[in-house]
Write a protein that binds this ligand. Structure first.
Ligand code: 13P
Ligand code: SF4
Length: 365
């Protein structure tokens, strides 16, 4: 067991009290979690939920969390944008981020007076580690006067160098807004070259990007999608915009994790495949029992560092606190708040490659 709390087996046994506190939660995940496994994790879930009440804490759970976290201890669930909005308005004293480090930093930036904890400091992101604040300063020197739109999947230091942030649910809207505000037809959209390419295909803007990529989504290929279609005639293909454009070209719909979730909920396709991280399908499937899910997917090793035991450790021991230098946080906050101030896209962005345009440059240091 990774820490003392779990060694107190008597406190974490599957008692009648635990059963009474968790039976309604088991109903949410029983299609995915066998009873025998549930009896081992239900005491941890009950303890986490008790501690949340005692400490006035909330858990912000990203769509890529495993179902026992997502459905049974998450207070707010969603994509990056939805979780950032929740961090900005919560009245809780303590936020536990069930997601990766950049998400916890975003919460701290938006809620500087709250304590923000992340269960594992190792929960990084290949996009966030692809670029530094110095890199952004270099780009600003190369393209003076061009507004910088930064994906939220970046460090606070990078956000601090940015005009406005975006997520995959509003990237097109934010890039167009940034260009309008600056009176230009060119935008620097970093660090995800695939998200930038997918945005470029939907606008008339000239887009400069960075050679970053999501290690999970860059691995999907157009060939993968064609094989799925051949093997499962009629299947609906939903892809995340961090995938290469040729993957999106084969998809029926492309949008953020939140937009994919809404698509399945509203359209109830008979057969669907979500071209994204694996836990997403598990969570959406539990909420849509009438839909069949085809399951090729890639695991995000960073998201998978967040476990129930780690969340309990966070709540028991106040670890690991995420802090952001106040000067950097103040500058980063402006960029995130400019994004939050924009209205939620009425219809979640659908990346449909309308113009067929590509980015004008993929920069490196
Ligand atoms: P969403 O904003 O779509 O939730 O994406 C976050 C992420 O990390 C996807 O890989
Ligand atoms: Fe980062 Fe990709 Fe993992 Fe999302 S799925 S956290 S973008 S590495």
């Amino acid at each position: 067991m990774p820490f003392d709390a779990l060694n107190e087996t008597s406190a974490l046994a599957y008692t009648d009290e635990v059963r009474a506190k968790t039976d309604h939660l088991y109903a949410l995940v029983e299609a995915k979690i066998p009873r025998i496994e549930w009896e081992a994790i239900a005491p941890v879930i009950a303890r986490i939920n008790d501690l949340k009440r005692q400490k006035n804490a909330i858990i912000l759970a990203h769509n890529y969390m495993t179902p026992e976290i997502f459905a049974c201890v998450g207070d707010f669930r969603g994509d990056s944008l939805a979780l950032a909005r929740e961090a900005a308005r919560t009245e809780a004293d303590l936020i536990v981020q069930a997601g990766v480090h950049f998400m916890a930093e975003t919460s701290k930036i938006l809620a500087p007076g709250k304590t923000v904890l992340i269960p594992s400091m190792e929960a990084g992101c290949s996009l966030a580690s692809s670029i530094t604040g110095a890199d952004v300063r270099l780009l600003k020197e190369r393209y003076p006067g061009v507004p910088v739109v930064t994906y939220v999947n970046t460090t606070a230091e990078v956000k601090a160098e940015t005009d406005i942030c975006c997520t995959s649910s509003n990237a097109v809207q934010v890039c167009e807004h940034a260009a309008r505000e600056a009176g230009t037809d060119t935008v620097i959209c970093i660090p995800d070259q695939f998200l930038a390419r997918n945005v470029a295909a939907m606008t008339d803007l000239k887009i400069v990007t960075w050679a970053g990529a999501c290690e999970v989504h860059e691995r999907f290929t157009a060939e993968d999608i064609r094989e799925i279609k051949e093997g499962h005639p009629g299947v609906q293909i939903l892809a995340h915009p961090e995938c290469p454009p040729e993957v999106l070209a084969e998809a029926d719909f492309a949008g953020s994790t939140g937009a994919m979730n809404a698509y399945v909920r509203d359209k109830q396709p008979r057969n669907v495949v979500l071209i994204t991280e694996c836990s997403m399908s598990d969570n959406v499937a539990l909420e849509n029992p009438g839909v069949d899910f085809v399951r090729p997917c890639n695991l995000c090793p960073h998201m998978k560092r967040i476990t129930l035991e780690g969340i309990l450790n966070s709540l028991e021991n106040g670890v690991h606190e995420v802090t952001v230098d106040p000067v950097i946080a103040a500058r980063a906050r402006e960029a995130v708040e400019r994004m939050i101030a924009l209205p939620d896209p009425a219809v979640p962005a659908r990346f449909d490659g309308r113009t067929g345009r590509d980015v004008i440059s993929v920069e490196t240091r």
